[in-house]
Design a binder for this molecule. Structure first.
Ligand SMILES: *[C@@H]1O[C@H](CO)[C@@H](O)[C@H](O)[C@H]1NC(C)=O
Ligand SMILES: *[C@@H]1O[C@H](CO)[C@@H](O)[C@H](O)[C@H]1NC(C)=O
Ligand SMILES: *[C@@H]1O[C@H](CO)[C@@H](O)[C@H](O)[C@H]1NC(C)=O
Ligand SMILES: *[C@@H]1O[C@H](CO)[C@@H](O)[C@H](O)[C@H]1NC(C)=O
Ligand SMILES: *[C@@H]1O[C@H](CO)[C@@H](O)[C@H](O)[C@H]1NC(C)=O
Ligand SMILES: *[C@@H]1O[C@H](CO)[C@@H](O)[C@H](O)[C@H]1NC(C)=O
Ligand SMILES: *[C@@H]1O[C@H](CO)[C@@H](O)[C@H](O)[C@H]1NC(C)=O
Ligand SMILES: *[C@@H]1O[C@H](CO)[C@@H](O)[C@H](O)[C@H]1NC(C)=O
Ligand SMILES: *[C@@H]1O[C@H](CO)[C@@H](O)[C@H](O)[C@H]1NC(C)=O
Ligand SMILES: [Fe+2]
Length: 637
C-alpha cells in the first residue's frame, strides 16, 4: 500500500518538477524519513540540496560537478608557499601513546620536477623547533628528509618529483594541558614564525574533551570552509580519517590538470599550506586512504601474502608516509613507510584509538592482523574507557557510491570490534555524512559500535548525492538496481564471482576467496513492498523449497528504504565534533558547511552501557542525566 502512495507522489513530482523550490517540497520526494520508537532511535534522511550542488540535474548525476567545488588553482594565495627557505606547511601529529610527545613537521624550499633527479644526502642536516612556555624556552632538534617519486611509466620519465626539505622534530616530555608558543628553523637555521598549540590533558582533568572529526578534505573552497568551521569549534585534537590532498587526481606535469596521469606531487605541498592554519595549532591523528595509495604511473600492487609492494620499494603511500608519520614513530624511522600504515595511540589518557589500513592485507596471518589483535588485547578499559577504531572506507553506509565495499574486511574484523567493545568506528571515503545506531551484522545492537561516515570534508570530487534506496528519476528505478562492477550486478555476481565486488584498489588487499557480497533480510524503516532491492532470489527460492523453513524471509542487497540501523544521513559537506563528557557519556554533533556552526544538524548524546558481556573495562552508568541538548541514544560499555 505504501508503495502505491510513494509512486503517486513520484508522478506528482515529475509533473511539477519545473523549479528547484517545487522539487524541494518534501511531498514531492520519496518519503524516507520515519520515526520509530524513542526519538533517540529516529531515522533521518536529508535529500541532496540542488542549491548546494547547483541544480536538480546535479543532484541526480554524480558526473555533473558540484557548483563552486573547485581546487584553488595552482599559485593562488590560499595555497602558495614561500620558496625563500622559510618554514611553511606546518603541522602537528599526535599525541604519541605516552601523551607527552608530539611530532612537529614543516617544509622549507620548493619541490623540483624534472628528469633523472637524485635525492640529496640530508643525513647530516639538523633542524630545530623552539617552544616557549612562560619565560622558558625548550629547544628540540630533529631531522630533515626528502622523498623522490619516480615512475615506471616511461611517458612520465620527465616528471620525477623531488620534495622540498621535510623537517620532522619530536617534541618529547611536554606538560599536559599547556599552551606552548613555538618557532621553527628555516633552511638557513634562522628561527621564524609565531605559532602556538595546546597539549591535551593526560589522565586528570580530561573531561570535557573535544575531538574534531573530518575526512576526505582536499583543497577546494569547500575544504577551506570545513577547515574554518572546524577551527571555530576549537577542537583539542583532530581525527582525519584519510584522503588528504587528492594529488593523484592531477597530471604529474601540471598542477592545474586533473587527468589523473601520474599524480602531481606538488598538490601535496599546496594541501599542506591550505591546512596549515588549523594543523599548526591543533594536533592531528591521520589515517591513510585510497588517495594516499598513489599508484598512477608506477606499476605497483600489494602482495596479499607478504603485505609488500611490488615497485621498486614501497612507492604507494610514500608521499603520505614522508609527510604524516604515524604517532608513535621513533625519530630514526620518521618518513619510513611501514610504521605509517597503521598505529595505536592514546588520547588524553582516556581514549585508545586504533588506526587500521583497509588497503593493505588485514587477514589472519597478516602483519596488520597480528599487530592489531595484540593492540586490542592490551587495551585496559579501566585506564582508557573509550575505544575508537578508524580506517578509511566505511563498512556501514547507504550511499550509492562505494556501497558495500567492506564486506570482506568486516568478515575479518566485525567480531573483533564487537568482542572488544569498540565504541565508535570512524571512516571517510564516502563524501557525505551518515551516522548509524549501535549495530552488529546489519542489526541494531546496543552492544555494537556506532559507525560514523564523515568523508564530507569538501574535496574536489564533490559530495555524493544519492542513497541506494532512492529513486533515480532518469530511470524510475532505485540506485540500488544500477549497482554493478564491470556490468555485473550483485545477484549475478554472488554466484559467478563472489569475491569480485568492489574497486580493484580495495580487492588488491583481500586474501584469496574472501567474500565480498552479502544479502540481508528486510529491515527498512518505511516498510512497504517489496521490502528489499536486488533479492538474492536463488537464496530465497532454494530456502523456501528446502521444506523445513518455508517462511525464511528473502534476502536483499539493499533495503527499499533507510535501514533500521541508519540514524542520520545527509549528502552535504561538513565536519563533526565529539565531546567526551565523562568516561561513559559523549555528545556527538555534525555541522553542515552551508549552515555554519550556529546549529548542529545532527546532535545526539551517546551513553556507554555497562550491561554488555562483550565489553570489559569500568562500569559506566554514572549519572549523566543532566546532559541537555541532543537526543539520547544508548550505546554500550
Ligand atoms: C562549495 O562552496 C561554494 C562556494 O562557497 C558553494 O557555493 C557551494 O554550495 C559549496 N558546496 C557544497 C556542496 O557545500
Ligand atoms: C594554474 O592556473 C592558474 C589560474 O588559471 C594560473 O594562474 C596558473 O598560471 C596555472 N599554473 C600552471 C602551472 O599551469
Ligand atoms: C635521463 O637519463 C637517461 C639514462 O641515463 C638518459 O637517456 C636521458 O637522456 C636523461 N634525461 C635527461 C632529461 O637528462
Ligand atoms: C651521507 O652523508 C653522511 C655524513 O655527511 C655520510 O656518513 C653518509 O655516508 C652519506 N650517505 C650517502 C648515501 O652518501
Ligand atoms: C606473493 O608472495 C608470495 C611469497 O613470496 C609468492 O609466492 C607469490 O607468488 C606472490 N604473489 C604474487 C601475485 O606475486
Ligand atoms: C518515470 O515515470 C514517470 C511517471 O510515470 C514518467 O512520466 C516518466 O516518463 C518515467 N521516466 C522514465 C525515464 O521512464
Ligand atoms: C523480493 O522480496 C520481496 C519481499 O521483500 C518480494 O515481495 C519480492 O517479490 C521479491 N522480488 C523478487 C524479484 O523476487
Ligand atoms: C540453488 O542452490 C543450488 C546449489 O546450492 C544452485 O546450483 C542453484 O543455482 C540455486 N538456485 C536455484 C534458483 O535453484
Ligand atoms: C545467493 O544465493 C545463492 C543460492 O542460495 C547462494 O549460493 C549465494 O551464496 C547467495 N549469495 C549470497 C552472497 O548470500
Ligand atoms: Fe577515499
Amino acid at each position: 500500500m505504501l508503495r502505491v502512495v510513494i509512486f503517486s507522489a513520484l508522478i506528482a513530482a515529475a509533473a511539477s518538477m519545473t523549479d528547484d523550490d517545487g522539487w524541494l517540497n518534501p511531498q514531492y520526494r520519496r518519503n524516507l524519513i520515519v520515526e520509530v520508537g524513542a526519538a533517540a532511535y529516529s531515522h533521518q534522511t536529508v535529500a541532496c540540496d540542488p542549491k548546494a550542488v547547483g541544480s536538480v540535474a546535479a543532484c541526480f548525476s554524480q558526473s555533473i560537478p558540484a557548483v563552486g567545488n573547485v581546487d584553488f588553482p595552482w599559485g593562488s594565495p590560499q595555497i602558495a608557499y614561500p620558496t625563500d627557505g622559510s618554514p611553511w606547511g606546518v603541522h602537528l601529529t599526535g599525541p604519541y601513546p605516552d601523551g607527552r610527545t608530539y611530532l612537529l613537521s614543516w617544509y622549507t624550499g620548493a619541490a623540483t620536477v624534472g628528469a633523472n633527479l637524485t635525492k640529496p644526502n640530508t643525513s647530516a642536516l639538523k633542524t630545530v623547533a623552539v617552544l616557549t612556555k612562560g619565560g622558558t624556552s625548550y629547544r628540540f632538534s630533529g631531522s630533515v628528509i626528502t622523498y623522490l617519486r619516480t615512475y615506471s611509466d616511461p611517458a612520465l620519465a620527465n616528471y620525477q618529483y623531488l620534495s622540498p626539505y621535510i623537517h620532522h622534530v619530536l617534541l618529547t616530555g611536554l606538560t599536559p594541558r599547556t599552551t606552548y608558543r613555538y618557532q621553527l628553523a628555516g633552511r638557513d637555521g634562522r628561527l621564524a614564525g609565531g605559532y602556538s598549540f595546546t597539549t591535551l590533558p593526560l589522565t586528570t582533568n580530561v573531561y570535557p574533551l573535544r575531538i574534531g572529526l573530518i575526512a576526505d578534505v582536499g583543497q577546494t573552497v569547500n575544504s577551506s570552509a570545513t577547515r574554518d568551521h572546524l577551527a571555530a569549534n576549537r577542537p583539542q585534537v583532530v581525527l582525519h580519517v584519510g584522503d588528504n590532498s587528492y594529488s593523484d587526481n592531477y597530471n604529474a606535469g601540471n598542477p592545474n590538470l586533473t587527468d589523473g596521469k601520474g599524480t602531481n606531487q606538488n598538490r601535496w605541498d599546496s594541501h599542506a599550506q591550505l591546512w596549515q592554519s588549523l594543523f599548526s595549532a591543533v594536533p592531528v591523528l591521520n589515517c591513510a586512504g585510497n588517495h594516499e595509495l598513489e599508484m598512477s604511473g608506477i606499476s605497483a600492487f600489494i602482495n596479499s601474502t607478504t603485505s609488500s609492494f611490488s615497485f621498486p620499494s614501497n612507492y604507494p603511500f610514500q608521499s603520505y608516509a614522508a609527510r604524516f608519520p604515524a604517532p608513535g614513530t621513533p625519530a630514526a624511522s620518521l618518513g619510513a613507510i611501514t610504521p605509517a600504515l597503521y598505529y595505536s595511540t592514546v588520547i588524553a589518557g582516556a581514549v585508545t584509538l586504533i588506526t587500521l589500513n583497509n588497503y593493505i592485507p588485514f587477514q589472519p596471518g597478516s602483519p596488520q592482523h597480528s599487530w592489531a589483535l595484540a593492540e586490542f588485547a592490551k587495551v585496559d578499559r579501566a585506564k582508557t574507557p573509550w575505544l575508537f577504531v578508524q580506517f578509511h572506507a566505511p563498512p556501514y553506509h547507504t550511499y550509492f557510491v562505494h556501497y558495500k565495499e567492506m564486506e570482506c574486511f568486516m568478515s575479518v574484523w566485525e567480531d573483533v570490534f564487537y568482542n572488544y567493545g569498540v565504541d565508535l568506528v570512524l571512516s571517510g571515503h564516502v563524501h557525505a555524512y551518515e551516522r548509524t545506531h549501535p549495530l552488529y551484522k546489519y542489526r541494531p545492537d546496543s552492544c555494537g559500535p556506532v559507525y560514523l561516515t564523515i568523508g564530507d570534508g569538501g574535496n574536489v570530487e564533490g559530495p555524493y548525492r544519492n542513497f541506494v534506496d532512492e529513486l533515480n528519476p532518469a530511470t524510475n528505478k532505485t540506485y540500488c538496481e544500477s549497482l554493478n562492477y564491470g556490468g555485473v550486478g550483485p545477484v549475478a555476481m554472488s554466484s559467478s564471482a563472489p569475491t569480485a565486488w568492489g574497486p580493484a584498489y580495495q580487492r588488491m588487499s583481500h586474501p584469496p576467496g574472501c567474500p565480498t557480497l552479502s544479502f540481508q533480510p528486510p529491515s527498512g524503516v518505511a516498510g512497504g513492498l517489496p521490502l528489499l532491492l536486488l533479492n538474492n532470489t536463488s537464496a530465497s527460492s532454494n530456502t523456501s523449497s528446502a521444506t523445513s523453513t518455508p517462511n525464511t524471509p528473502p534476502l536483499g542487497f539493499c533495503q527499499s528504504s533507510q535501514p533500521v540501523w541508519s540514524a542520520y544521513r545527509d549528502p552535504s559537506f561538513g565536519h563533526a565534533i565529539l565531546d567526551l563528557l565523562s568516561p561513559s557519556t559523549a555528545r556527538f554533533r555534525w555541522f553542515k558547511n552551508l549552515e555554519g556552526n550556529a546549529v548542529a544538524r545532527d546532535d545526539v548524546v551517546l551513553e556507554r552501557l555497562d550491561s554488555c558481556t562483550n565489553r570489559g573495562g569500568p562500569q559506566a552508568g554514572s549519572g549523566s542525566s543532566s546532559i541537555s541538548g541532543g537526543r539520547r541514544a544508548r550505546m554500550m560499555a
